[in-house]
Write a protein that binds this ligand. Sequence first.
Ligand SMILES: C=CC1=C(C)c2cc3[nH]c(cc4nc(cc5[nH]c(cc1n2)c(C)c5CCC(=O)O)C(CCC(=O)O)=C4C)c(C)c3C=C
Ligand SMILES: [Fe+2]
Length: 415
Amino acid sequence: MTSSSGLPRLSRRALLGSAGAAGLAVGAVGGALGQQALAAPAAGTGGSTGAALGRATIPFHGPRQAGILQPAQARVQLAAFDLADGAGGTGSRDGLRKLLRQWSATAARLARGEDAPSAENQIARDAGPCSLTVTFGFGASLFDKTGLTDRRPAALAPLPDFPEDAIDRARSDGDLWVQIGADDALVAFHALRVLQRQAAGTATLRWQMAGFGRTPGATPHPMTGRNLMGQVDGTNNPKPGQDGFEEKIFTGGDGWFAGGTYAVVRRIRMLLDNWENLPTDRQERVIGRRKSDGAPLSGGTETTAVDLTARGADGALAVPADAHIRVAAPGSNGGAAMLRRGFSYADGVLADGSPDAGLLFVAFQADPMKGFVPVQRKLARGDGLSRFIRHESSGLYAVPPGAPEGGYVGQALLD
Ligand SMILES: C=CC1=C(C)c2cc3[nH]c(cc4nc(cc5[nH]c(cc1n2)c(C)c5CCC(=O)O)C(CCC(=O)O)=C4C)c(C)c3C=C
Ligand SMILES: [Fe+2]
């Protein structure tokens, strides 16, 4: 149940267990509203903030897949699967159809807080749905393996190599991509394990990455989240309802992929030791925004429009020529826009003792050749931030439109 604003509502089951209107209000602002604080439960409701968080639901079915328009949850599991070698062509297509039917039915049940129809392992027992979303995408290789090359969406071609890329191919690409978000780590991992077990014999896990963001209710005031460099990250994302939003993020036309979107997924390691040795004022010039509150260096508050022409008292550009927000801005890239929905990751230390930590960059757009690719080309050449990051894995996936009640993701392609 998502309201017309795309925000989570409480499920009917959850409502039956809640103590009334006050409980509902708490639930409605919680869940996937990752950057919003939860109000304390009203006296006498008998509920708790944590319980409301657990009960919040985002429906799987709808015109758009869940997990695109909703704010990022506190936890994510990203994974890619490869179809098993075997039948090939129509044989593989039959297996894929069966799998997507099963995965969709499972995702819909888990999103309602119900048990998986098969491969249930009790990992999330006692937890509510916690705003679980499961989003499915198709890699270019899927179309060749299933004899559907002629139906591959036009822009689903391998991403080009960019200067300074250090891509690990074993943790890139894949036939099927899955993004599982939830406001609880066990709920997200549970969904991944169930999908993986259900895929046995049809598809095997190629790579998997766990990520996180801010837990709803952790900040006293609703605010944009921070990344592991300590920056307020996500301010200038396109927003539903803005002029041209739909056209920039979702595909048009009338084929099977109409209303879909492309997901660019990049694991980007942050060179945190170098970054943290940089004084705050220099860090701010690398991004072009203040670290404390995310306000642009041209002045104002976090939400003030950036003035790329503004100059300081010394005559120098207030937002430096190589500042990340100048180089990445749609105005510097022919209007190129994407909906960024990233997560942090932290996976211990590397052999040289540096942290294996950074950003699981996920961006949705109607055409990667007009969104991610031109922007990344420019960033790779002239972004001050590039000295502090390394792109280590890469994927591009066609994310089909959502499935109606009783349908499954990809049905228009496979039936
Ligand atoms: C190719 C696209 C982008 C990559 C890759 C990327 C990596 C990356 N970004 C940050 C931190 C911030 N990015 C911010 C803004 C921003 N970034 C991109 C694109 C990519 N970023 C765009 C299009 C924008 C918006 C620009 C604008 O219109 O102003 C910001 C500022 C706050 C915000 O608007 O979100 C931060 C901070 C990191 C750390 C990173 C790789 C690790
Ligand atoms: Fe960025």
